[in-house]
Design a protein around this ligand. Structure first.
Ligand code: ZN
Length: 440
């Protein structure tokens, strides 16, 4: 892997966390009006402490309750996360529960502009001038007992109620690269005072205008699954000046597939590694009979590998499909799995404890914690892509799980002066000039 965008100072953990802390410091304390909080611990300290829980992959918020008076943990939360006063678990939850989750948005946009400044996205160009953004919903929380004001509800026939929250993730992906970069996810939950369940489609409708406002100069190709192959979801993307590659199937769009039977499609066949791709495409066909004026371009793709396994995909796109770009567009459509695999599964299975109940709160806690988890994940992805020292420390640990476990134990046992020192220590304990010392 090249060192191109590597040692950019502003993409170090230290620089990213100090940007985030500046965003958090500007958030007004939601409990201020309730009087009496003379020695209150700041919102920034609460948010940074929660971010540290996810950054360090601690299995619960309670970890800090046990460690709050521990001089090593206090020291390291200050040097690494800028936390001045470590809140108790209960205090942190109560404060964060009252926060408007939109207050956290600038933390994501700040990191995104750092990525842009670092020219990280040059490697992520799709079809020469776009970036590819996968949109997909995922579960954040589900319980038959615990719930809050904003939980969605599923009523079962036997009278049972399941309470749940989901989030719509929007993630920069690229077919050739492993790392993905999430934008601020959109919570899927009942809004204040609403009695109706929210859904992924509504979340998309809320997500897009905010996204266009925050990133007016990005040229984006959005990719998502067949549920989005409908005019109300595609139209706003086009109106925002952007593009789409969306999965499609004959159950969702029967008339499209009926029309396609009557046309002669252009074809292309390529061999990619151990796979053979057989592509057919057709431009300018109505999406469905309810919207005859809404034309899309269609791609069908059959991939067979040398073991005889065949996979079949179909997409619609507004991009004109040609012999030259059909493979790239299909690869963009295929890359959508990365939001499932590289993002959601990582958050669920690799120590981030997404879906794990960190305490539910009454109002916003569930989403605030969800957003902080995505933010911790974004920092990790940027480091993995851009920080050679981080990668070396990861390599040394041989697996992510071992890396997080090691980082945790160093964090709780040794005084750490900086992130650089931590990673240098993880690469080579005998390295000179490390300012860490054992407490025993
Ligand atoms: Zn809830």
């Amino acid at each position: 892997m090249g060192m191109h965008a590597s040692e950019k100072k502003h993409l170090s953990a230290r620089a990213m966390l100090s940007k985030i802390r500046a965003v958090f410091k500007a958030i007004p304390d939601p409990t201020k009006d309730h009087g009496g909080q003379k020695h209150a611990i700041s919102i920034a300290d609460c948010l940074m402490s929660a971010l540290a829980v996810f950054g360090l992959k601690f299995p619960s918020l309670l970890q800090f309750d046990h460690g709050r008076d521990d001089p090593v943990i206090k020291h390291n939360l200050t040097t690494l996360y800028g936390v001045k006063n470590v809140p108790s678990d209960t205090y942190m939850r109560e404060k964060l529960d009252l926060l408007d989750q939109n207050r956290l948005r600038p933390a994501f946009t700040k990191l995104f502009s750092l990525i842009q400044r670092g020219k990280v996205l040059e490697d992520y160009r799709f079809l020469g001038k776009y970036i590819l953004v996968a949109l997909d919903g995922t579960g954040l929380f589900s319980s038959d007992k615990v719930h809050c004001e904003n939980c969605c509800e599923r009523h079962h026939r036997d009278g049972r109620i399941t309470y749940y929250h989901q989030m719509l993730g929007a993630v920069v992906i690229h077919p050739d690269h492993r790392e993905v970069f999430p934008f601020c996810p959109e919570p899927i939950s009942k809004g204040d005072g609403s009695t109706k369940n929210d859904c992924e489609q509504n979340a998309t409708k809320r997500f897009l205008p905010q996204f266009f406002k925050e990133h007016p100069h990005l040229s984006v190709v959005f990719t998502s699954d067949a549920l989005s192959a409908k005019v109300p979801y595609l139209q706003p993307i086009l109106e925002g000046g952007d593009h789409f590659i969306v999965g499609v199937n004959d159950t969702g769009n029967p008339s499209l597939f009926k029309w396609l039977k009557g046309v002669e499609m252009e074809t292309k066949r390529v061999v990619r590694g151990n796979e053979t791709w057989e592509l057919s495409f057709y431009n300018h066909i109505p999406l469905n009979d309810a919207n005859p004026d809404f034309e899309v371009n269609f791609i069908d793709c059959k991939i067979s590998n040398d073991k005889g396994k065949v996979s079949h995909f179909s997409w619609i796109t507004d991009l004109l499909v040609t012999q030259e770009n059909v493979v790239d567009i299909a690869r963009g459509g295929r890359a959508r799995w990365k939001v499932e695999n590289e993002t959601f599964n990582t958050l669920k299975n690799q120590s981030y404890n997404f879906e794990h109940n960190y305490g539910h709160g009454h109002k916003h806690l569930c989403h605030i914690l969800g957003l902080l988890m995505f933010l911790a994940f974004l920092i990790d992805q940027i480091q993995q892509r851009c920080c050679a020292l981080f990668r070396a420390a990861m390599q040394k640990a041989k697996s992510k799980t071992r890396f997080w476990r090691r980082q945790q134990s160093i964090f709780t046992e040794l005084y750490i002066a900086s992130w650089e020192d931590l990673y240098i220590w993880m690469v080579d304990k005998t390295h000179g000039g490390v300012t860490m010392y054992d407490t025993s």
